[in-house]
Design a protein around this ligand. Sequence first.
Ligand code: NAD
Ligand code: ZN
Length: 360
Amino acid sequence: MKYKNFPMVPRVVFGRGSFNQLNDILAPKRKNAKAPFIYLIDDVFKNNIWLISRIELSYDDRIIYISSAEEPKTSQVDELVEDIILSTKERPSGIIGIGGGTLLDLAKAVSIMLTNEGESHEYQGWDLVKNPAIYHVGIPTISGTGAEVSRTTVLTGPDKKLGINSDYTPFDQVVLDSELTKGVPKEQWFYTGMDCYIHCVESLEGTYLNEFSKSYGEKAFELCKSIFLEGALSDVESQEKLMMASWHGGMSIAYSQVGVAHAMSYGLAYVLGVKHGIGNCIVFDQLEEFYPEGVQMFKAMKSKYNIELPEGICRDLSDIELDTMINVSLGLEPLWENALGKGWKQKMTAKKLRELYKKM
Ligand code: NAD
Ligand code: ZN
C-alpha cells in the first residue's frame, strides 16, 4: 500500500480534574469479577493520596508501582506479564498506565504481551504483533513525549533500543488531565518538554514532511514557543498548552519521522543509559549544522530557564563503546533518511558521527 493506514486513539477525555471520571470510564469495560484492572503507576506517586485515593479498586484490581529511573526494558515487560498471568484468575479487563513516557510505554507493551506469545523483544520492529492487545488506558502525568498518542512503545532489548510499532499499540483510551502534571520538577519539565519541541523541528525540517504532519507540527511548535520562549503564561495555561503540544507533536511524527537528534540519542541511551528527554537535549545542543534555527531557539529557551546540560559524557568512552553507539544510531535508517534525504549515507558517515558524539 502506498499510503499508510494508521489507527488513532479512539477515545480521549481532556480537562482539569478529568481524572475524577476514571472509575466511570472503566466500569463498563470490566469483563467480570475475576478479570481485574491492573494499574501501572510511577512510584513517584506511591504516597500521593491526592492522586491514588481517587482510584477505586474492586475485586482483584491492583496497583503495581514502578520506578521510572530507567527506561523500559523488554525483560522488565516480560517479568511484569508473567507476574500478572500468575496472579490473576483470568486475563485482566484492562491495563492502566499512569506516569510519563516510561509508564505509558510499559502499559502499552504489557497489554500487547498479555495476548501475544513469546517474549517482547521478538516484537521490536514494525508490524510484528499478531493479536490485538487487551484494553489499555494511558494517563500522562508529564507532557512532551507524545507516547500518549503514538503507535509505538519504545523498549531497550538485548540487542537494540527499538519500539514495538503496531496497529495494536495505541491506547484505547487516554485521559488528559493537566492537573496531574503540576508536581513535575523544573529540569524534568524542560527535558520532556524539549522532546516535544525536537519532535516538531525534526518533523518540520524532514524530507518526509507532508500537510498532515505539518499541520500538527506547526501547532505544536507554536505552543512550545509560547511556553518555553515567550513564557507569559500562568502555570495552568502552561500545563494545558504543553499537554496539547505533546499530543500534536506525537501526531506530527505519526505520519513522518523524527531525525538526527533522536537517532543519536538512541545511541546514548543504549550505551550510557541516558534518558530520552535529557539525551535529546544533549544531542540537539550540538546540531546547529543540521537544524540552525531550531538549535538557536533551543539555546534561547535553555538560557531562559537556566538549564545546564551535562558535558563530556562521551569523553571517556572506549572505541568499542563508541562503535556500538554509532551502530545503534546508524541502524535507525528511516530517521536518517527523513533528516538527510535518500542519499543520507554519503552525508552521515561513522567518522562524522564519532566526531559529533565526541563533542557531547
Ligand atoms: P519519564 O516517564 O521517564 O519520567 C521522568 C521523571 O519524571 C521520572 O523521575 C518520573 O518519576 C517523574 N514524573 C513524572 N510525572 C511526574 C509528576 N507529575 N510529578 C513529579 N514527577 C513526575 O519521562 P518522559 O520523558 O515522559 O518519558 C521518557 C520515556 O518515554 C523514554 O523511555 C522514551 O523512550 C519514551 N518515549 C516514548 C515515545 C513513544 O512514542 N512511545 C516517544 C518519546 C519517548
Ligand atoms: Zn522523542
